[in-house]
Design a protein around this ligand. Structure first.
Ligand SMILES: NC(=O)c1ccc[n+]([C@@H]2O[C@H](COP(=O)([O-])OP(=O)(O)OC[C@H]3O[C@@H](n4cnc5c(N)ncnc54)[C@H](O)[C@@H]3O)[C@@H](O)[C@H]2O)c1
Length: 315
């Protein structure tokens, strides 16, 4: 059995990735600075771990003799712009601590997500290729370029099996997102179902790459399990579907016909404008067989039915 240590295990992606990995037979050590939702504890042993604490990172990875690490602890884009020093500490120092401990304890495989935020204003915006100019302008984006470059350095220098995917905005009903620039695509469902209205923080024609959580989980597990000899790259674009708030509003009105949406762009508009509009993920398709399943109507049906059930059961 492969034992995987997951950091940031109380976050949006880990809370759905951990049960999926456990169902595939992996043993999971879940870690975060805060406890995960109770149902995660059925699937994993939980340990408090602050990834900026190099000694604790080292001692936990050593103590549990882990075979692999999925490093999900991160400060996301919008939160990072509000507190760049926190992002510098968690995203940069945390990454170094995890990679150094992985090398020391001979961990076989390390998967660390990157993001479309690793691209910047000089990147081609449409069908952004896997290998292109990056030069992001946010501290979060810079930290993701660092993930990719330092991970690839540990691979070439020390033989660490490092893998990374550049997620677009990930949309799910289970756990609310943690302070990103694509959060509008989740918030509109919560507020639309609960109040019938939503004020969106980017302009209605801002097109952004997104992905439904089931596609995100499949991509992550597929890359994690891909035979190493098939990988030419180590960092991969993965695309789902690109849409604007206005396109999402129109689609959601199939379920909530009286939905009222106002548009009041804030500081996050600038971040959104610096990112790609759509992603070319042909390299991931060629090297490890990636294929997304959710288009916009399917994504809206999945979110609306899951979230309506969840919000009703709370009443
Ligand atoms: N969700 C998305 O749309 C998205 C898009 C692109 C990339 N990503 C990447 O995917 C990964 C997981 O993202 P997520 O959406 O689940 O994020 P999230 O914000 O929901 O979760 C991050 C977790 O990290 C934890 N954390 C914060 N500081 C910590 C510290 N010092 N030590 C340990 N844990 C700490 C938080 O408590 C939180 O539970 C991240 O690397 C993120 O950059 C996410």
């Amino acid at each position: 059995m492969t034992r995987i240590l997951v950091t940031g295990s109380a976050g949006q992606i880990s809370t759905e990735l951990i049960p999926a990995l456990a169902e595939r037979g992996y043993e999971i050590i879940a870690t975060d600075i805060r406890p995960p939702p109770e149902d995660e504890l059925e699937f994993a042993e939980f340990q408090i771990l602050d990834v900026t604490d190099s000694q604790k990172v080292d001692s936990l990875i050593g103590k549990f003799s882990v075979d692999a690490i999925i490093h999900n602890a991160s400060i996301l884009s919008a939160k990072g712009e509000q507190d760049p020093l926190l992002a510098l500490n968690v995203n940069f120092r945390g990454l170094e601590n995890v990679l150094l401990a992985a090398k020391k304890h001979r961990v076989k495989k390390v998967l660390i997500p990157s993001s479309i935020a690793a691209f910047g204003p000089q990147t081609p915006k449409d069908h952004t290729p896997n290998d292109t100019i990056m030069r992001p302008t946010t501290i979060y984006g810079i930290s993701k370029v660092y993930v990719e470059l330092l991970g690839e350095y540990f691979h070439s220098k020390y033989g660490l099996d490092f893998r990374s995917l550049r997620y677009p905005g990930v949309i799910s009903a289970k756990t609310k997102p943690g302070g990103g620039t694509t959060d509008w695509a989740v918030e509109i469902f919560y507020e639309g179902i609960e109040t019938g209205s939503y004020t969106c923080f980017v302009k209605k024609d801002t097109i952004m790459p997104m992905m439904a959580m089931p596609d995100c989980i499949n991509a992550t597990i597929q890359l994690f399990e891909a035979p190493e000899e098939n990988l030419i790259h180590r960092s991969f674009n993965v695309a789902g579907v690109s849409f604007t708030p206005e396109m999402l509003e129109t689609e959601l009105k199939r379920h909530i016909p009286d939905l009222q949406v106002e548009y009041k762009p804030d500081f996050r508009q600038l971040i959104a404008d610096s990112w790609p509009r759509s992603i070319d993920d042909s390299v991931a398709r060629e090297e490890w067989g990636w294929k997304h399943e959710y288009d916009l109507p399917k994504l809206v049906d999945y979110m609306f039915s899951d979230l309506s059930m969840k919000l009703k059961s709370k009443v």
